[in-house]
Design a protein around this ligand. Structure first.
Ligand code: GLV
Ligand code: GLV
Length: 317
């Protein structure tokens, strides 16, 4: 059996696959694999381990002549044409659950960084401007008693709410279905998207990117935010009309934003780099050592199970 890994990930994946006697080929080490490379190698692959930055479209899937599984090294799988893969008999898996806490941590880290102007403070210190304590230096906004709006109350959304609750915040959420247990446990209240945007002090996005959520947070919705609102996105950039968010931030219509994801990555709105009221991270929501190891292990285990004719642990649908 031949397994192609598009780019180097923690070695546990390779170790597990090799222990099964599989031939493992890693396309790239310190860069993304090129489309042509995935196409060329994919032809003879029995399994493909992909990253969220690999776009696995119809053309690529048509080329996977003997592939039985595409194991995505991410919880999100919008980079793969899942329906088409399925029609070709290829199973797609992701890495849910194990990265929930890591991602919720980053959503809260961004919330705190924006509300207390952490990166501005860091820049201030490094620039040598510090002259001792000042009454009005870099004043932020309080979280205590404020409302935290969760857009998408899945596992990550709920884990983020749990953390926000610990800061003394009230929880409201927007979700297709009502989450009874979540409501009971955290006193969370289900509201419409418009209500969430017009009443929340912090808004954190936790939806998957689909046809239905692309630009769901458009100009009309974003413009409802309160003057002191903080907007946080650790899900996918394409859910938000990024240009308009950038305009709101530039015109100081909201307090600030914390972003880990961008529209059209690796691209993003360069204008945003000039703004002080934004904290920017390079898509590292799941980025701690323990979590990335677990993701590698789960992706490999999904491949092994499928190549042995068993059900994968975490199929996407
Ligand atoms: C990260 O964005 C993931 O989907 O795992
Ligand atoms: C899915 O994105 C989740 O919340 O785990």
């Amino acid at each position: 059996m031949k397994v192609i890994i598009t780019r180097e990930i923690p070695s546990i994946a390779e170790d597990l696959l090799k222990a099964e006697g599989y031939e493992v080929k890693i396309i790239a080490k310190n860069r993304s694999a090129e489309k042509e490379e995935i196409i060329r190698r994919g032809k003879k692959a029995d399994a493909l381990l992909t990253l969220l930055s690999d776009k696995i479209d119809r053309e690529m899937i048509d080329n996977l002549k003997q592939c039985k599984i595409i194991a995505n090294y991410a919880v999100g799988y919008n980079n793969i044409d899942v329906g088409y893969a399925k029609s070709k008999g290829i199973i797609v898996t992701n890495t849910p659950d194990i990265l929930t806490d890591a991602t919720a941590d980053i959503a809260i880290a961004l919330t705190l960084a924006v509300s207390r102007r952490i990166t501005e403070g860091d820049t201030f210190m490094r620039s040598g401007k510090f002259n001792g304590w000042e009454p009005k230096l870099l004043l932020g906004v309080s979280l205590t008693g404020k409302t935290f709006g969760i857009v998408g109350a899945g596992r990550i959304g709920q884990a983020t709410a749990k953390r926000a609750k610990a800061f003394g915040m009230k929880i409201v959420y927007f979700n297709r279905s009502k989450k009874e247990k979540f409501e009971k446990e955290f006193g969370a209240k289900k509201v419409s998207l418009k209500k969430l945007f017009s009443t929340s002090d912090v808004i954190s996005v936790h939806l998957p990117l689909t046809e239905n959520t692309f630009h769901l947070l458009n100009k009309e919705i974003l413009s409802l935010m309160k003057p002191n609102a903080i907007f946080v996105n650790t899900a996918r950039g394409e859910i938000v009309e990024e240009k308009y968010l950038s305009k709101l931030l530039k015109e100081k219509k909201i307090f600030g934003a914390g972003l880990d994801v961008y529209e059209g990555e690796p691209d993003y709105d360069k204008e945003i780099l000039k703004l002080k009221n934004v904290v920017l991270l390079p898509h590292i929501g799941s980025g701690n050592v323990e979590t990335r190891n677990k993701m590698a292990e789960l992706a490999a285990k999904n491949i092994i199970r499928v190549l042995k004719g068993k059900k994968p642990l975490t199929p996407v649908m």
